[in-house]
Ligand binder design. Structure first.
Ligand code: NAP
Length: 280
């Protein structure tokens, strides 16, 4: 069975499916099998990163799949230790060699690492790689509005995507309003809060029972209705299919408000505040 996933258009014209597959920890042959099964189920957007050490696995799944390359949207990310301009240029090339792909649809700066103060250089490298056809669309992860405003001020270009932590326990309301006003699409990382207590939450359980859906489906539908693109990771073909079977029901405004009440100021999974947390 294969599900047809709706698409949206980013501020630079690239279209993306409204839900994608996370691939953190999907490595090697088992990882390639899992990603291939997701593509068979209907996933077209695949999220990897240089630091996940599985760009090769993603490339292998793309080659195993019968879906034409131009229908897929493959994302990778630049690590913090390679944000200096020359290193960023080489790393983008290395990312492509690892995946054995000619281009990435989307390439993101993985963390701003503001203390290091090199993300504008990295952004310039992404802009140049886009010009030379190695990347179709460029974006960021974990950037705060102040970081994005600086990119725009210093280079005249803003990201198409900002991939941030977003789930019912940390719903990023202020960030969502700012991104909507600035026409930047949000992708939600750890959209299921890594299958933690959120999947046992009573409020979500009641909403799920009412719609005859699972809690994961309710959460992923909630992301969709917020206008964010969730990228749930699953290694299981059954759960992959479950996670994209969200286009045959909708949440009411009351249900959306009930879910909004679950957010907590300290709701981040690992307290990774991009203002101070750094990842290399
Ligand atoms: N940009 C960044 O800084 C950043 C940071 C973190 C993550 N990410 C990206 O975001 C992706 C998703 O985040 P994540 O992997 O941290 O967490 P997640 O997608 O919220 O949760 C993944 C966990 O949920 C389980 N799961 C998936 N579907 C389920 C279902 N229907 N029912 C029950 N359990 C289910 C998975 O187990 P099974 O595999 O066994 O199904 C796995 O343990 C990552 O894989 C990565 O691509 C980006």
């Amino acid at each position: 069975m294969s599900i047809s996933i709706p698409e949206i258009t980013l501020n630079d014209g690239l279209t993306l499916p409204v839900i994608g597959l996370g691939t953190y920890s999907l490595n090697g042959n088992a990882g390639a099998n899992a990603i291939t099964s997701a593509i068979d189920a209907g996933y077209r957007l695949i999220d990897t990163a240089y630091n996940y050490e599985n760009e090769g696995t993603v490339g292998e799944a793309v080659r195993r799949s019968s879906i034409p390359r131009e229908e897929l949207r493959i994302t990778s990310k630049l690590p913090g230790r390679y944000q200096a301009y020359d290193k960023a240029v080489t790393t983008i090339q290395e990312s492509l060699y690892r995946a054995n792909l000619d281009y990435y649809d989307l390439y993101l700066i993985h963390w701003p690492n503001p203390k290091q103060d090199k993300y504008v250089e990295a952004w310039q490298a992404l802009l140049d790689a886009k010009k030379s056809g190695l990347i179709r669309s460029i974006g960021v992860c974990n950037f705060l509005p102040e970081h994005i405003e600086r990119l725009e001020k210093e280079t005249g270009t803003k990201p198409s995507i900002n991939q941030i932590e977003l789930h019912p326990f940390f719903n990023q309301e202020q960030q969502r309003i700012w991104h909507e006003e600035n026409n930047i699409t949000i992708e939600s990382w750890s959209p299921l809060a890594r299958a933690s207590a959120v999947l046992r939450n009573e409020t979500l359980g009641r909403i799920a029972d009412y719609h005859n859906k699972t809690i994961s489906q309710v959460i992923l539908r909630w992301h969709y209705q917020l206008g964010a693109i969730p990228i749930p990771k699953s290694s299981s073909p059954e759960r992959q299919l479950e996670n994209i079977s969200i286009f045959d029901f909708s949440l009411t405004e009351t249900e959306m408000s009930m879910i909004a009440e679950l957010t907590r100021p300290d709701g981040r999974i690992n307290n990774q505040d991009p203002a101070t947390y750094e990842e290399f």
